[in-house]
Design a protein around this ligand. Structure first.
Ligand SMILES: NC(=O)C[C@H](N)C(=O)O
Length: 368
């Protein structure tokens, strides 16, 4: 973790005078995260940092693409937003410090187990996870399925690095702490906050490469918003999550290998053969349209099922339900409901920790 002086140096070395972390220098001289006094009237919120653009840094304050993700430590993030201390007693832990494409199953398990430990304690009222946005929805959905608590968990990121003009990370982080401190956030499952929107991990997805309004929940809608400094909830997630989930990672040291294949014209069954040969226990296919597969692709998928691999049909369209067909049952295949391929992979990994039976796995896709 960064010391106050190191935190200062990181911000100055980026030659930034006006950015999201403009207040880091004053904040750290006033109080460090370690010595901040506890206000008994405020909730205790733990911030777990994993890296990403929210912790990103560049030498130029107009650079929003070539920066280093995960350059700043948790203390820098916390000290840069001293306003959070009016909302909650915040303290932080560094779980990882990577760009989110490098968040792997080991990080998922570490994070999920740590959140369960923290939330089991009366001393922790909610958790905020800072994360890169590229795979943020996968981590959030994983946590939605494995966190054994009704206490709020909010996953937050940013699209502009901390050193950029008009960086979005500090306000997103402030809002995330605000949501996690709100009693109405209890029992809502794992939430994602960016750009003032509160999305359910199950429903929201990244839709744009660089825009700050990238997280959208077009079909199922948002759970709520943060507006004028107040948290508003309007909807509840209806699928099973957190305390109602059967998935338990307590004794897991690894997750089964599940790979994603992409459907396209003129594709071949050899992609399935390659995944099976590489050790896949499950395959999710981003099918065309309503999860359609070409004749060759279907042949590859059926061969994989016969080899004992679970195959889930999802869609590359970006939205909509992949409907379950009689042919799926004949072929021993599973349909993803409205889970996109990357989230279907998360559910399939966890499903495979319980069963290899396609029918039982299908019930998980129907319920979660
Ligand atoms: N906006 C971001 O956070 C993108 C970054 N590449 C990440 O996912 O770590």
């Amino acid at each position: 973790a960064a010391t106050p002086s190191a935190a200062n140096k990181m911000v100055t070395s980026a030659s930034v005078t006006s950015n999201a972390y403009r207040s880091a220098s004053t904040a750290v001289s006033a109080a460090t995260t370690a010595t901040a006094p506890v206000n008994q009237d405020l909730p205790n919120i733990k911030i777990l940092a994993t890296g990403g653009t929210i912790a990103g840094s560049s030498t130029s304050n107009t650079d929003v693409t070539g920066y280093t993700a995960g350059a700043l430590g948790i203390d820098t993030l916390i000290n840069a937003v001293p306003e959070m201390k009016e909302v909650a007693n915040v303290s932080g832990e560094q779980i990882a410090n990577v760009g989110s494409p490098d968040v792997d199953n080991a990080v998922l398990l570490k994070l999920g187990k740590r959140i369960n430990e923290l939330l089991a304690s009366d001393d922790v009222d909610g958790v905020v996870v800072t994360h890169g946005t590229d795979t943020l929805e996968e981590t959030a959905y994983f946590l939605d399925l494995v966190v054994k608590s009704n206490k709020p968990v909010v996953v937050v990121g940013a699209m502009r690095p901390a050193t950029a003009i008009s960086a979005d990370g500090s306000f997103n982080l402030y809002n995330a702490v605000k949501i996690a401190s709100t009693p109405e956030a209890t029992g809502k499952g794992v939430m994602i906050e960016l750009n003032d929107r509160i999305g359910a991990a199950r429903y929201i997805t990244k839709t744009n490469t660089t825009g700050t309004d990238t997280f959208k929940s077009t079909e199922q809608g948002y759970l709520g918003v943060v507006s004028g400094g107040k948290v508003y909830f309007y909807n509840e997630p209806t699928r099973k999550h957190t305390a109602d989930s059967v998935f338990n990672i307590t004794d897991l040291t690894e997750l089964p290998q599940v790979d994603i294949l992409y459907e396209y014209q003129n594709n071949g069954s050899y992609l399935y053969d390659a995944a099976v040969a590489a050790g896949a226990k499950g395959i999710v296919v981003a099918g065309s349209g309503n999860g359609s597969l070409s004749k060759l692709s279907k042949a590859g998928a059926i061969k994989a099922v016969k080899a004992g691999v679970a195959v889930v049909r999802s869609t590359r369209t970006g939205s909509g339900v992949v409907t379950h067909s009689d042919e799926d049952d004949q072929n021993g295949m599973i349909s993803s409901d409205s889970l996109n391929p990357q989230k279907a992979r998360i559910l399939l990994m966890l499903a495979l920790t319980q069963t290899k039976d396609a029918k039982q796995i299908q019930t998980f896709f129907d319920e979660y």
